[in-house]
Structure formats: C-alpha cells, structure tokens
Design a protein around this ligand. Structure first.
Ligand SMILES: Nc1ncnc2c1ncn2[C@@H]1O[C@H](COP(=O)(O)OP(=O)(O)OP(=O)(O)O)[C@@H](O)[C@H]1O
Length: 260
C-alpha cells in the first residue's frame, strides 16, 4: 500500500514545524527521513500515525485519505514505533507484544492460537523471546526497542512508521533490524540519524531542514557533500561501500592545531 504525504503542514503557535511537505513512499519501499535536530521529522511522522492532525495537507493510505478512515481501520493499516512514551505500565514483554493485536481484537476475547503463534514468531525474530516474562520497564533501551518492533509486526500492518528505531541498538541488532525491515516487504517510512544506515537500507531518502523538504531521491543523489554541508554544516567525503556499493559518508573533524 502506498503512503503519500501531500502538502503536509503543521503550524503551532504561529510557527511552521512542518511546511508543505510532499513525499511518496511507494508500496513495499523503504523511505528514510533525515535532517538536523528539530527539523520536523517526528512531527511529520506523528501526522501519519494520527497522534497529530496536520494544519493543512493530506496523508493518503493508498487511495484513501487518512482523515476519512475510522481510527480502528487506520490502526490496522499503520503500525508505529516511536520515541513517544510507548509503554508506561510494567506489562510483561509478551503482554506488550500481544497489545499489537488490539486493533484486530474482539472486545476482551483471548488471542487465538494463530495470534499466539504470531506473537511468538515476532519475539523470536526480534531476539526477545527469552525476555517474554520480564517487565518492559526493566529492560535496556535496545531490548525495549526490539520489543516495540515485535509489537508493531504482530499488528500485521501494511505500513510501518519508525522514529529512530536503531538509536539504542548495538551494531549487531542495528544490522538485524535493518535486514528485517528489508525482508518484511512493508511500506516503511523511517527517521534515521545515522546517515550510513540510511544509505544502506533506504530506497529513497528525504532531507528535511527547518520543516521543509530540501531534496528527495535515491541515496546517491541525496547524500552529496554539498547537501550534507548545507543541511548539517558538516564536511563529508562520500565513497562507495566496497561490498554493497551504497554511499558511505566519512566525516571530517575540524583539526585543532595547538597554539604556538
Ligand atoms: N507540541 C509542540 N509544541 C511546540 N513546538 C513543538 C511541539 N512539538 C515539537 N515542537 C518543535 O517543533 C520542531 C520540530 O520538532 P520534531 O520533534 O519534529 O523534530 P525532529 O526533526 O524529529 O528532531 P530530533 O532529530 O531532535 O528528534 C522543534 O523545534 C520542536 O521544538
């Protein structure tokens, strides 16, 4: 299912946090959103998972306008893994993962056998099955991130919206999560701060600066030294990854010379 942001604008207290953002996420593709702190990435994502109503502009899920869909329907189609206080009560890991079935639920009916198997499989895929009986609040940041992605997957969404899903993960779990994203075949809109991870996993990348889309396209077209310097104020050299050929950014630290 395609996800389309069309002229999305969010104004708060007279300030545009997101300004006329248009971005297509074609069905089954991974589109990354990058940009400096405060550039509006999370705000844009919030409009997609309906935590925020845009001031103007439209989000389309396939041909449907998101705002026309009943909440329960859009909750079945879009799963989000975000920075917002996702879990505040000390549920066990298996309870949190099972909450992913809520939009499909029939009142308080217990999970079906298929749903229980789905939860077990997701916990195994995210390497959290051994934590099933632990309380979510006692987990490390990375463990919790993996649990929340397992919950998002058992929702069986068509679209995944992820806000910095790797920021707490060790390098092995970063690679595994990104490989998983590629393997699940869902439509994915993901905010990433690590530009090399974005280059490795995204089919397309959109660059936000002060709420506006500066450029969007294939990683090699977007992650240029000029754009990185303009948007982030950082000097980079961009080289092809020796195995995958995707762009890799090598950052230059300003050289501090000792005073004579
Ligand atoms: N509810 C709010 N009221 C007022 N300003 C807000 C609100 N939410 C976010 N902002 C401001 O909007 C701007 C964009 O915030 P947002 O969280 O979308 O940025 P971001 O690109 O995701 O940043 P980061 O990389 O730091 O996570 C920031 O200046 C932020 O302070």
């Amino acid at each position: 299912m395609d996800l389309v942001l069309d002229g999305l604008t969010v104004v708060t207290n007279g300030r545009s946090l997101v300004d006329d953002l248009s971005l297509d996420v074609p069905s089954g593709k991974i589109v990354g959103l990058i940009g400096p702190n405060g550039s509006g990435k999370s705000t844009a994502l919030r409009c997609v998972y309906r935590a925020l109503r845009p001031s103007s502009g439209t989000v389309f899920l396939g041909r449907d306008e998101l705002s026309d869909l009943p909440l329960r329907r859009s909750a079945r189609l879009v799963a989000a893994m975000t920075q917002d206080g996702a879990v505040e009560l000390d549920y066990t890991v298996e309870e949190v993962v099972a909450l992913g079935r809520t939009p499909h639920g029939r009142g308080n009916a217990p999970l079906t056998r298929r749903e229980r198997e789905l939860c077990e499989k997701a916990m195994e895929r995210l390497d959290v099955a051994h934590l099933a009986r632990r309380g979510i609040l006692g987990l490390s940041g990375g463990e919790r991130q993996r649990v929340l992605l397992a919950r998002a997957l058992v929702q069986e969404p068509r679209i995944l919206v992820l806000d910095e899903p790797t920021n707490h993960l060790d390098v092995r779990h970063q690679i595994e999560l990104l490989s998983l994203l590629k393997a699940v075949g869902l439509t994915v809109l993901v905010v990433l701060h690590d530009l090399n991870l974005a280059a490795a996993v995204c089919d397309r990348i959109g660059v936000l600066s002060r709420g506006r889309l500066v450029t969007a396209g294939a990683p090699w077209n977007v992650l240029t030294p000029e754009t990185i310097a303009d948007v982030f104020g950082v000097e980079v050299t961009v080289v092809p990854h020796p195995l995958s050929g995707s762009p890799q950014l090598l950052y230059s630290l300003p050289v501090e010379r000792p005073q004579p």
